[in-house]
Write a protein that binds this ligand. Structure first.
Ligand code: ADP
Ligand code: 5GP
Length: 205
């Protein structure tokens, strides 16, 4: 069976990662959202086990000491991490996974899952547009928005090592670019090796 792959997307907060992730997940049934663990409190509308596994700081630290995370990071004062088991189970049964993680986590995934991932950085069209989107979402204070803008600069400085950069100005075009990356990654030689071996083993005269 074809082993699954991981589509890793990173973006400064407000760049449109959640919007784009929702679009691509709704179009490909084989692509599953990787549910992370976090110590932050659930936001209204978030469901435990669907959006995140919401766990205490003590539980997170216990799991981290047990090496249960394939990557983890502290973001905006809370811990976030991807469970090794989530990844191994999905990839072994041929599902692909979408990781919505920060750049620190993505750098760890690059080391821990070599050859299995494609890394996409999603950037806003301008810092002014980013601020406008954060304001229009209406969920953050002015102070939080300023902190997110400052963090955005640090994250943008990492964009150069990603495989692809999608500029989310026109949503439809950005969506098409993200889907194109995923479709192309699915037919990389590593992913097609099984099919090639099958062809080579076929005896025809
Ligand atoms: P993130 O998950 O990266 O923090 P969201 O997906 O929540 O970002 O998007 C932030 C805000 O920007 C939301 O209100 C969303 O509807 C809006 N948005 C997303 N993509 C675009 C786009 N291409 N053009 C205009 N607004 C957008
Ligand atoms: P939020 O609290 O807004 O859902 O997420 C804050 C940040 O944490 C986002 O950049 C998100 O991508 C990142 N994040 C979510 N889950 C994980 C994870 O498992 N690992 C890492 N490293 N970052 C994560």
């Amino acid at each position: 069976m074809k082993q699954g792959m991981v589509l890793v997307i990173c973006a400064p907060s407000g760049a449109g990662k959640t919007t784009l992730a929702g679009r691509i997940l709704s179009e490909f049934s084989n692509l599953k959202f990787s549910v992370s663990c976090t110590t932050r409190a659930p936001r209204s509308g978030e469901v435990d086990g669907r959006d995140y596994h919401f766990i205490s700081k003590e539980e997170f630290e216990r799991r981290r000491a047990n090496h249960e995370f394939i990557e983890w990071a502290e973001v905006h004062g809370n811990y976030y991490g991807t469970l090794r088991k989530t990844v191994e189970d999905a990839l072994a049964c041929g599902d692909d996974l979408l990781f919505d993680i920060d750049v620190q986590g993505a750098a760890q995934v690059r080391l821990n899952l070599p050859g299995r991932c494609v890394f996409v950085f999603i950037a806003p069209p301008s810092m002014t547009a980013l601020r406008r989107r954060l304001e229009s979402r209406g969920s953050d204070s002015a102070e939080t928005i300023s902190r997110r803008i400052a963090n955005a600069r640090a994250e943008l400085a990492n964009a150069h090592w990603f495989d692809f950069v999608v500029i989310n100005d026109d949503l439809e075009r950005a969506c098409l670019e993200l889907k194109s990356v995923y479709l192309a990654a699915r037919i990389s030689p590593v992913r097609q090796a099984g099919q090639i071996n099958k062809l080579l083993a076929e005896q025809v005269v």
